[in-house]
Design a protein around this ligand. Structure first.
Ligand code: IMP
Length: 451
């Protein structure tokens, strides 16, 4: 049975939570593979609204094991408060598993993120100031604290004794802000360890065992392809790999265990934070999309920047993620416009460019070359099949599909689960013949969801 990767094809906030929701019934685990509490999902369950930053949205379904993989950077304070919030609202959270190898966002990472952004001033990335970049940087420097370190007070103290003087010196001397006290940090971190110990696990082993048992797993990326550290609009990116390949390094699977890559995108583009945005709309059309689409960040509350749909990064995103099918969200937000535009290519320094130049300097000079499509006036929230959609909306979806080169299998016409059109069946790469091989090398053990 398959492993499905859900990946954002734009600058994040494509509505991946709704995609997970659409598939949740059939899956046994939802695995977050990168990012941290910079992400945000708003999930509606009946009348209730849940806002989650770290715990995979699968937690809202009792049959799903929510897993935070080794590639995630974990702010334990956020994790504990989300677990408490969920438990207080009747959601069973004992089944949440967190990789022992995931790195911890320490208070000094958050302080450094804020101080660095303030120092960069006009050149700031516009981060969420959650300490994401500094935590990943320490991982690469091999001075990171991992979740398992929270369980061993003396070892943690000696690690912090080595790390903290340099962090404090940077904060105090370069940024002129306060440092941290060793004893207080050890106390805080070991208290996190006591609280989170029952949730810590070797999540790679769990994931491999579940796949060996033939269970269907969802790997959920945060942010989106254009914010990818390697493939995004560097340096205006996040510090991890949201692309589908990130599910391998951060989720504990091999490339041949991925059977499906479901790319998620909106019918228009949005971006939060700084950085070039060739199709940005800074007029009343953009204002209307922000209002109708409620385009405000879940994590920071910042107003998102909006723009026309851009096929140039779409082609790139489909390629680098090997997208097998697409969910197109929020097409209802475009209802009422006289015409809708799609950016087909860029003009950069007088030359036509079809391949996405991820370099931020080149992107800043890119002028979009648009094709105009006739709009539609009818509200489409109640459409449940492609035949119900106005002809111009159908033509728009067909054009986006042609440009992407991957089948658009779902079209979403509203935030509710039932407001989804199943346009085409999803193609799977192959039946998982390797499952037998995996089963032979991994002894099946108890399911973390207790099923
Ligand atoms: P960081 O991930 O907080 O370091 O921020 C780096 C960039 O990624 C900034 O432009 C953020 O606005 C953006 N970013 C981070 N998380 C998200 C997200 O979940 N949605 C959209 N943008 C994000």
């Amino acid at each position: 049975m398959p492993a499905t990767v859900i990946v954002g094809l734009q600058w994040g906030d494509e509505g991946k939570g709704k995609t997970t929701d659409a598939l949740a019934e059939h899956v046994k685990a939802v695995v977050r593979y990168q990012g941290g509490d910079n992400a945000g999902h708003t999930i509606m369950l009946g009348e209730e609204v849940f806002k989650l930053h770290l715990v995979p949205s699968g937690v809202l379904y009792p049959h799903i094991a929510p897993i935070i993989g080794n590639g995630v950077v974990v702010n334990p304070a956020t994790l504990i408060s989300e677990l408490d919030m969920l438990a207080s609202r009747g959601i069973e959270v004992d089944r949440v598993r967190v990789s022992k190898h995931a790195h911890v966002i320490m208070p000094y990472h958050i302080a450094l993120d804020g101080a660095m952004e303030a120092r960069l001033a006009k050149a700031a990335v516009g981060t969420t100031r959650r300490g994401i970049g500094p935590a990943y940087a320490d991982r690469a420097w091999r001075i990171g604290i991992r979740m398992e370190d929270l369980l061993d007070g003396p070892a943690l103290r000696s690690k912090l004794q080595r790390i903290l003087p340099e962090k404090n010196a940077t904060l105090q001397r370069q940024h002129n802000v306060g440092g941290f006290d060793l004893d207080e940090l050890v106390q805080l971190a070991t208290a996190w360890g006591v609280r989170l110990k029952p949730h810590l696990a070797d999540t790679t082993q769990l994931v491999q065992e579940m796949l060996a048992r033939g269970e269907h797993l969802l790997f959920e990326g945060a942010q989106g392809t254009l914010l990818d550290l390697d493939h995004g609009s560097y340096p205006f990116v996040t510090s991890s790999n949201p692309i589908a390949g990130g599910a391998c390094t951060g989720g504990g699977i091999g490339p041949l265990q991925v059977d499906e890559v479901l790319g998620v995108m909106k019918a228009y583009a949005t971006r939060v934070g700084a950085g070039p945005f060739p199709t940005e709309l800074e007029d009343e059309i953009g204002e209307g999309i922000i209002d109708r689409g409620r385009e405000f960040g879940t994590t920071t509350g910042r107003r998102r920047r909006v723009g026309w749909f851009d096929a140039v990064p779409l082609r790139y995103a489909v390629a680098v993620n090997s997208v097998s099918s697409i969910m197109l969200n929020k097409i209802d937000i475009l209802s009422g416009l006289d015409e809708v535009l799609i950016c087909m290519a860029y003009e950069v320094d007088g030359e036509r460019v079809d391949w996405w130049p991820s370099d931020a300097d080149i992107l800043a000079r890119a002028k979009p070359i648009y094709e105009h499509f006739p709009g539609w006036t009818e509200p489409i929230h109640d459409c449940r099949s492609m035949a119900d959609l106005p002809e111009n909306a159908r033509l728009y979806v067909d054009a986006v599909e042609r440009l992407s080169g991957a089948p658009i299998c779902f079209v979403s016409v509203g935030p509710e689960r039932h407001q989804t059109i199943e346009r085409k069946p999803r193609p799977f790469r192959r039946p998982l013949s390797a499952a037998n091989h995996v089963a032979a090398v991994v002894a099946p053990a108890a399911d973390p969801a207790g099923k």
